[in-house]
Design a protein around this ligand. Sequence first.
Ligand SMILES: Nc1nc2c(ncn2[C@@H]2O[C@H](COP(=O)(O)OP(=O)(O)OP(=O)(O)O)[C@@H](O)[C@H]2O)c(=O)[nH]1
Length: 366
Amino acid sequence: MDSAFTRQWSLPPEDEATFNAQHNAMIAPMLAVLGPFFGVSILLFTVWDYLIDPGRAGATFLTRLLLVCAGASAYFPTGLRWSPVQRCAMIYATHAGAITVTAAMLEDGLLYGLAGITACLFMVSAIAIRLRTFFLIIGPPAAAFFVLSSKEMTTLGFVNGAILYTFSVVMAAILMLAIRVFRQRAFLSEKKLLYSSRHDSMTGACNQAYLTELAEREMAVAKRHARPLAVAMLDIDHFKRVNDVYGHAVGDEVIRQLVDTCKRSIRSIDHFGRMGGEEFVCVMPETSVQEALTCAERMRRNIEQVRVDTAQGVLSFTASFGVAVLTPRHPRWSDLLSDADTAMYRAKNTGRNRVALAFGEPPSAR
Ligand SMILES: Nc1nc2c(ncn2[C@@H]2O[C@H](COP(=O)(O)OP(=O)(O)OP(=O)(O)O)[C@@H](O)[C@H]2O)c(=O)[nH]1
């Protein structure tokens, strides 16, 4: 199948779970409002039963009340831990079921009730997010309708009712798919927007604001559980010279290569960000002094190996690193960062292309 077509209707697997979770979180509070509204409306429709057949209105009211009360348990979250979709299915089965059963109790009622029964179908379009869910929710009341109408209606009435019902199901399913596509697009644009608000557009590294947010969160966790946390600050050596000799485009390429190299040299739980210009920070949770020095050294060595092809020949570059680890002397992220920054300047001042530890050993020699 054409991939552009597939993309219209489905999300990448890594997004599907988040999309569904967001959808469930959105419909859960709606159930507490829409559920009771649906239930009360169904009870009020007893007036209609009375107009059609006053003698049976009492029985239809009791049936409606019984089924609505049975479904009302799903209006609000309970200890049963139902998923929002299961709650929807319960409300729909009992409430749309109430309309179907009471309609069947009246003469030609299913024919009159068909409008209400099919209208309820469209509510499911707004709530279901996948065809499977859609059919799961509408299945039991639809089966009830077909069974009851095959018994209660004339053959002509049954055929007409079945055609109308089936047509409504198809229309509601199409509406559901259209709503899904709109929601998917909104989800993907929001995701893209969020990504660009948090990442540097040139390198894809976290931007300063996002890195600070992540670092503060990691710091709080590390303090709460008395876990180690380390930070490495790095700056490309003599970068101004790269720009001056090779031009800005090559300078940009050097920055991109550095980010790719560093990201490949760290763990997936580490956070790498661009603080601005040619200065970067790596936040390393669960990392001791020795491990942080090893990681910084690995980044330094890998950067040293990078080669950039330019019109003036092959270019290599280096970076200087400052490492600091969280101690009680760092109540705020800015204190820890400042120590890493001081260490990084020590690495610069003692020869560059090296790793220095804040308040620790002298910089590691090349
Ligand atoms: N190409 C490019 N250059 C940048 C970017 N951001 C900052 N720069 C340049 O980076 C250079 C930084 O130079 P300096 O701060 O003097 O430091 P340096 O030349 O690296 O010297 P040391 O840090 O002391 O080793 C400046 O010339 C900036 O214009 C960028 O995104 N792209």
